[in-house]
Write a protein that binds this ligand. Structure first.
Ligand code: GLN
Length: 180
């Protein structure tokens, strides 16, 4: 986010959450993020921030953490929730553990976004309160949902930080500023 003009701080303790204008939950392993958040005492404060409506962007494992329902998750590793979706962890399966796809995302101007997926989730259920921002082709389905927004909560199955293209980060900055 720093290269699109945001001042970035890493959240390590509860006081780091004071005065944030937005929060980014990165990729990694959602079960580990959940465990570390619980152990560090950050789980409840972050859940409160999310439900208070602070702008939050979750990518990949971060998307899982923002999902109200997690399929193939672990009972003892809850998500923060916030977006009224069900995501399936590691949904794209073994053969395509990692892949790149050009994703058409109308909220992002210009060419399709070169999206990198790593053991990525997809969104399996949504409700009317959730805006579907992007899908990727998958034979036998109308396209798997890989980007969603609900209010100021935004999530993608892919990792935009792994390509030089910064349009997804710019979009989140617009959400933070109230311009999108
Ligand atoms: N498979 C991971 C999980 O379930 C997500 C992978 C990622 O963030 N690249 O949390």
């Amino acid at each position: 986010m720093a290269d699109v003009g945001a001042t970035v701080i890493r959240v390590r303790e509860e006081s780091d959450l004071d005065d944030l204008e937005g929060l980014l939950i990165p990729g990694g392993e959602s079960t580990t993020i959940s465990l570390l958040a619980q152990r560090s005492g950050l789980f409840d404060p972050i859940r409160t921030l999310v439900s208070d409506g602070i702008p939050v962007y979750g990518s990949c494992a971060g998307m899982i953490m923002l999902s109200d329902r997690v399929l193939d998750g672990r009972e003892d590793r809850p998500s923060f929730g916030g977006i009224d979706i069900a995501v399936r962890r590691n949904a794209f399966g073994r053969q395509v553990d990692s892949f790149e796809a050009d994703v058409v995302m109308p909220v992002i101007p210009g060419d399709p976004f070169p999206a990198v997926f790593i053991r990525a989730p997809w969104v399996e259920e949504t409700t009317d309160s959730v805006e579907v921002l992007a899908r990727v082709a998958d034979p036998g389905s109308p396209g798997r949902i890989v980007a969603v927004r609900q209010g100021r909560l935004f999530a993608t199955s892919f990792h935009p930080e792994l390509t030089p293209d910064r349009r997804v980060h710019q979009y989140f900055l617009q959400i933070v500023k109230g311009d999108a």
